[in-house]
Design a protein. Structure first.
Length: 603
């Protein structure tokens, strides 16, 4: 193309067509500039690609700046802010329904002006309005959609607080963004509670929340239109306030009559000081993550120290890497992607390595990291992290502090159930049951769902070596498979997550799900984790062992037998580490598919 322009220019110059010659010169200059820009973009893309494919820790960008103060959008933000102020003035007393957007824009403008205190206050006003809006509490999909574009409001406030080293306040907001009401998750199926009084109170709570949600939806739609009359809006507002007052009264009653049920309905987020106190008393450290669009915020929380860093890794690149690693773990016939495992170690663990003082580490993931087996990540020395660290997991710090401290499980009463159709399951439950005198071991036939529900309350150790199925479309219908015991839906052979919430497991020191996919879960952008794990935790289990993918029955048997044997003299997390090493040391099970499948939830 450049040769054509040059030839046309030469002809124009010979013929004396000055205008055309200048035009051809201009086209050639533009073409050269485009080529230069294209080359520069290719270099930038190559550099960024290299940043996301590090070979050493030096190639990972880590810093303590969490807010990007870019002045290029200031004028656009000013215009947007004025428009939102006008819109809120039009809505008058009903502006609270959409007013959070105005406060968020105000916060960003204050950040650009250097008004850090004002930015925090503006973010706080936006969050207060979001948390008052109960529209998402009636149905999970609606709630997830509602929160999807509002999680960034919390992220913005957290980033500003972190830039100001206000760690405790930032941690509080991070937990508030994760600790959403759980009631909506249970609405799909009746919850089996301990007493008629609890069932009545719980049903009333769901009813009130559903009515509030419907009214808020209608109120929001009406206010957003142009034909709403003040009288109509006032009518909705009055009804909503009355129902909210009634719901608040019910919560006060639950606080006195049934604290556990109130926790299901409305939980108080954990404080940073509370987490550090527990870490000091029990000797563990915490790595907590916050995934943002352009980086991953890494928290190290120890007994006496808190460190927070921003690691440059976009969410898109992280999702791609986690998916690639999962694909190489799911099938033992597929080569393990050690390159990705090493990269993820450099991004997620290496920045905190200098702060970690012991082996006991609790990982609190976020977003896509909930499905990442950290124990499979490879350190620069070539060893997987799980071979050297005692790793446990928790959905959030709030859930973690609600669980009991770690203790040995050498003394316990076990219920061990095996599905006889699973190879090696019989030997597995027979061997581990022998370690606990007085155990109930069932493997000759498949136990019914009703029997499990009836027996569970009498044992503090539950080991279920049965098939499990995760339902991505309806996580509360994820289930463990038992035999059908009757014609009713209560004993249909599928012990679902919704039913597990109501099991009397307050005395369960440990629940082990030696089954396929029991640890899989759906995670929303609001960081709700839905599946069997959360169901068992809220039913009362203090510690849980689950599998992340379909596992070999023979390698599972080796892992479980080693775990229970070591747990007679070690804490569960150390026993799990030794079980991982035992499976990995077996040549037949050297692929991480076999030894990295099991994760432990708890302290």
């Amino acid at each position: 193309m450049e040769a054509d322009y040059r030839q046309a220019r030469d002809i124009a110059q010979r013929e004396g067509w000055a205008g055309l010659a200048r035009m051809m010169d201009d086209m050639m200059k533009r073409l050269a500039l485009r080529r230069k820009l294209s080359h520069s973009m290719a270099q930038v893309q190559g550099a960024v690609k290299n940043l996301f494919n590090p070979r050493t820790a030096r190639e990972v960008l880590v810093n303590e700046q969490f807010v990007a103060r870019d002045q290029t959008n200031a004028a656009q933000l000013e215009v947007m802010f004025r428009q939102l102020v006008q819109e809120n003035a039009r809505l008058g007393p009903y502006a609270e329904l959409t007013g959070y957007r105005m406060h968020v824009t105000d916060a960003h403008l204050r950040q650009l002006r250097g008004d850090k205190a004002g930015a925090v206050q503006a973010f706080g006003k936006a969050i207060d309005l979001i948390e008052r809006d109960r529209r998402g509490l009636a149905e999970e999909r609606a709630r997830a959609a509602y929160l999807r574009d509002k999680v960034v409001v919390y992220d913005g406030a957290i980033a500003e607080l972190l830039d100001q080293k206000r760690h405790a306040e930032a941690f509080d907001l991070m937990e508030r963004s994760r600790s959403r009401a759980l009631s909506a998750l249970l609405a799909k199926k009746e919850l089996v509670l301990g007493s008629a009084q609890e069932r009545t109170a719980y049903g009333k709570s769901l009813e009130l929340r559903s009515r509030i949600a419907r009214l808020q939806n209608d109120h929001f739609a009406l206010a957003a239109g142009k034909d709403a009359s003040p009288r109509q809006l006032a009518g909705y507002s009055t009804q909503i306030r009355q129902l909210e007052a009634e719901h608040g009264k019910l919560l006060s009653q639950l606080e006195q009559q049934s604290p556990k049920l109130k926790e299901l309905v409305e939980s108080r987020p954990a404080r940073l000081s509370e987490l550090q106190k527990a870490a000091r008393a029990e000797g563990f450290e915490v790595l907590q993550y916050l995934v943002r669009d352009n980086d991953v915020v890494l928290w190290y929380i120890g007994a006496e120290r808190v460190e927070v860093r921003a690691v440059f890794l976009t969410r898109a690149a992280l999702v791609e890497k986690v998916a690639a690693l999962q694909a190489s773990l799911a099938n033992p016939q597929t080569a393990f992607d050690e390159r990705i495992a090493r990269q993820l170690y450099l991004f997620l663990l290496e920045p905190a390595r200098a702060w970690l003082t012991g082996k006991r580490v609790v990982v609190i993931p976020h977003d896509v990291l909930h499905v990442l087996p950290f124990q499979a990540l490879i350190a620069p020395g070539g060893e997987p992290w799980g071979a050297g660290a005692q790793i446990t997991y928790a959905p959030s710090a709030t859930v973690l502090l609600g669980l009991a401290p770690a203790r040995q499980i050498k003394d316990g009463k076990m219920l061990a159930i095996a599905d006889p159709s699973i190879p090696a399951a019989r030997e597995e439950v027979r061997a581990i049951g022998a370690l606990y005198p007085g155990s109930k071991v069932e493997f000759g036939r498949l136990t019914t769902e009703g029997e499990v529900k009836a027996w569970a309350k009498d044992y503090n150790l539950l080991h279920l070596s049965v098939h499990g199925k995760f339902d991505a479309s309806e996580p509360l219908f994820s289930h463990l498979a038992f035999a059908r015991g009757g014609q009713s839906d209560q004993d249909d052979g599928k012990l679902t997550a919704a039913e597990i919430f109501g099991l009397p497991l307050e005395g369960a020191q440990l629940v082990v799900l030696s089954a396929c996919e029991t640890g899989r879960a759906e995670v929303t952008r609001g960081d709700e984790v839905m599946g069997l794990t959360r169901a068992f935790l809220y039913a009362g289990a203090q510690r849980l062992i689950v599998s992340q993918w379909n596992v070999s029955s023979e390698s599972t048997r080796l892992w479980m037998e080693t775990f229970y044997r070591e747990a007679q003299r070690e804490l569960p997390a150390e026993a799990a580490r030794r079980a991982l090493i035992a499976v990995r040391s077996n040549k037949a099970f050297s692929h991480p598919h076999y030894w990295a499948a099991f994760t432990m939830v708890g302290r």
